[in-house]
Design a protein around this ligand. Structure first.
Ligand SMILES: Cc1ncc(COP(=O)(O)O)c(C=O)c1O
Length: 307
């Protein structure tokens, strides 16, 4: 797997992807970070131009749209997580969208050995002989979790409308403040607002380090302001630098020595991101106001935190 840098939105940079395509490339995999769709038109055009599959990780972006079309339906196949706080949550679990029969059958073999595989993989498919055992694994979502998600699906549009209102309100109120920049929504895009990533701009607050700023927000009781840890440049993870210990048969049994500063945009964005949750209910508005007031207070008093 070859990594590419982000653009200024935090999503994958199309130019960076293009620069890394070689004759070994088979697919482009894109995540719609924090629920704001990546530049899907350009990525799709790029994938088509090079005869590559476009795979979407829409785990943050259930129901998000580009020109009215839902993310997860642009590429060849899409995966959605439904764990914990995701826009559509099952507690744990996820799903895959594809219109490719072969991918569908392979997904069944991962999740649903025996009955569903025997019923749904046609006898003519080369996958059919594996129906009883699948891949030897059972990544099936728990039926109760699936039913929780199915129940919520009918309310997803309401949740998204609520989140959109709260996100707009937060952006309007916070957009004027020094020290933080609110995200820009590209034209024609409707995010799912899994989170509201604020970009911290220390130069506007006398160089106050982000850590100190974050601690002050927490001290104000804004416990859900998060400096994302695991959602970071993937080059930081041993899984991508040195996968061999966990995948002994990994074809390239070598470490990937990412250069310091190889993904400068992703690093810069990650190190300056403070993420807010985006609530969706009317009743949440007083809490939203508490967060706005808390941010305003820390920003107004930032000089007291310097030094
Ligand atoms: C973008 C993205 N993709 C995939 C996953 C993995 O999801 P799961 O834990 O449901 O396997 C996550 C987890 O939160 C995620 O944020």
């Amino acid at each position: 797997m070859i990594l590419a840098d982000s653009d200024e939105t935090g999503n994958m940079s199309v130019a960076e992807v293009e620069a890394r395509i070689t004759n070994k490339t088979t697919a482009i995999m894109v995540t719609h970070l924090w629920g704001t769709p990546a530049d899907i038109d350009a990525l799709l055009a790029l994938a088509n131009r090079h005869g590559l599959a476009l795979l979407e990780d829409a785990s943050h972006a259930h129901g998000a749209t580009v020109h009215g079309q839902k993310v997860g339906t642009f590429g060849h196949t899409a995966a959605f997580s439904m764990n914990g706080p995701k826009p559509l949550s099952a507690g744990e679990g996820g799903f895959v969208l594809t219109d490719d029969d072969d991918v569908y059958h392979r997904v069944l073999l991962h999740g649903h050995y025996n009955k569903r595989c025997r019923n749904e993989i046609p006898a003519t498919s080369p996958m059919h002989p594996y129906a009883v055992t699948g891949m030897g694994l059972k990544f099936r979502i728990h039926p109760l979790a699936a039913s929780i998600a199915l129940d919520q699906l009918g309310s997803l549009d309401d949740y998204l409308n609520g989140r959109e209102n709260v996100a707009r309100y937060l952006c309007n109120q916070l957009g004027e403040l020094p020290g933080i920049a609110v995200p820009r929504t590209p034209d024609g895009v409707r995010p799912a607002w899994y989170g509201l990533p604020l970009t911290y701009v220390p130069e506007e607050l006398g160089g106050l380090p982000v850590k100190r700023f974050h601690e002050a927000l927490l001290a104000e009781g804004l416990k859900e302001v998060d400096q994302p840890g695991s959602i970071c440049p993937l080059s930081r993870f041993p899984l991508f630098r040195d996968p061999a210990p966990v995948f002994p048969h990994y074809p390239h049994r070598k470490r990937v020595a990412y250069r310091e500063g190889q993904f400068p945009v992703a690093e810069q964005i990650w190190q300056h991101t403070l993420k807010l949750p985006v609530w969706h209910r009317e009743e949440d508005l007083p809490l939203v106001d508490r967060y706005i007031d808390g941010l305003r207070k820390v920003i107004e008093h930032h000089t007291e935190l310097l030094g």
